[in-house]
Design a protein around this ligand. Structure first.
Ligand code: MG
Length: 256
C-alpha cells in the first residue's frame, strides 16, 4: 500500500531526514585514508543518537535462516561492493578508494534514508565519472517526480541516463516508498518504461536510489549473506535521497 503522508507526518519525516543528512556530513568529514569502516559506523551511530534518532539499519532482519541480522549502523560498500557492505575494523580505507555509505535515521516513528559515494583522497578519472553519473542519474529521475506523472517516468529517466553514459544499472535492487517503515510501496526500479506504473500524488515520500556499475550488470552476494559485489570486479556507486512529492516541484528532504 502506498501511503500519503499528512502535514504532521511530513514534519516528522523532515526531522528524520535532516538527521540522516547531518550524519552523512559527519561521515564525509571523517573519510580519509587509514580510517576503518567500523570507525565510520561509530561516527554515524553517535551522530544519530546525539540528535535523538536511532540507526534503523542496525538489527535489520535478514529474513534468511543462518544469516545474521544487519550488525552495522550504516552500510559501507567499498569499490566493487555495490550495497549492504558490513562495517568492519578490518576494512581500512586507502587512497584512491571509493566508498558508498547508505544510512537510515529513525526518529519519532519515521525514517529518513540517503546514500552517497565518497572519494578517499585522490581517485581515478573513471571513478570520478562513475560517481558523477550516479548522482546525476538521481537528479535526472526527479525531474519527473511530480504529481500526476507515473512512477515509470522516473525509472525510465534514471535508467536511460545511466545507459546513455555507458554504465550499467543494478536491476535486482531498487528504490522504495518510505515513512513509518524503511521500505514501503511502491518499489522504484532504476530502469523501466515511461508512462507506466502508479500515478504520483502529493504527500508520497520516496527513496530514489540509482546503483550503478562501471562494467557489466552482473552482481553476486558474499557468504556473509549481505554484501553485494559486482561480478566483473569493476567498481560501483550509489546515490540516494528521500524526496517528497508536492503540488509543484519535488522536495529533497535529505539534503540540508
Ligand atoms: Mg538507503
Amino acid at each position: 500500500m502506498v501511503t500519503i503522508k499528512s502535514k504532521h507526518e511530513i514534519e516528522k519525516m523532515r526531522e528524520a531526514c535532516r538527521i540522516a543528512s547531518l550524519t552523512q556530513k559527519a561521515i564525509e568529514e571523517a573519510i580519509r585514508p587509514g580510517i576503518s569502516t567500523w570507525e565510520l559506523d561509530k561516527i554515524a551511530e553517535n551522530t544519530m543518537r546525539k540528535n535523538g534518532a536511532i540507526p534503523a539499519e542496525k538489527g535489520y532482519p535478514s529474513g534468511v535462516k543462518g544469516v545474521i541480522d544487519f550488525p552495522g549502523s550504516i552500510c559501507a560498500s567499498v569499490n566493487d561492493e555495490v550495497i549492504h557492505g558490513i562495517p568492519s575494523k578490518k576494512v581500512i580505507l586507502k587512497e584512491g578508494d571509493i566508498i558508498s555509505i547508505d544510512l537510515v535515521a529513525y526518529k519519532d516513528g519515521f525514517n529518513g534514508d540517503c546514500a552517497r559515494t565518497y572519494a578517499v583522497g585522490k581517485i581515478s578519472e573513471e571513478n570520478q565519472k562513475l560517481m558523477e553519473i550516479t548522482k546525476q542519474a538521481f537528479f535526472e529521475g526527479i525531474k519527473y517526480a511530480k504529481k500526476g506523472n507515473r512512477l515509470g517516468d522516473i525509472s525510465h529517466s534514471i535508467g536511460d541516463f545511466i545507459k546513455k553514459n555507458g554504465f550499467s544499472v543494478v536491476k535486482e535492487f531498487q528504490g522504495h516508498g518510505i515513512g513509518r517503515q524503511m521500505h514501503e510501496d511502491p518499489g522504484i526500479p532504476n530502469y523501466g518504461k515511461a508512462g507506466k506504473g502508479i500515478r504520483l500524488e502529493a504527500g508520497m515520500t520516496l527513496a530514489i536510489e540509482p546503483m550503478v556499475i562501471y562494467g557489466s550488470d552482473g552482481i553476486l552476494q558474499l557468504d556473509d549473506g549481505w554484501t553485494i559485489i559486482t561480478e566483473d570486479g569493476s567498481n560501483a556507486a550509489h546515490y540516494e535521497n528521500t524526496i517528497l512529492i508536492t503540488e509543484n516541484e519535488p522536495e529533497i528532504l535529505t539534503i540540508l
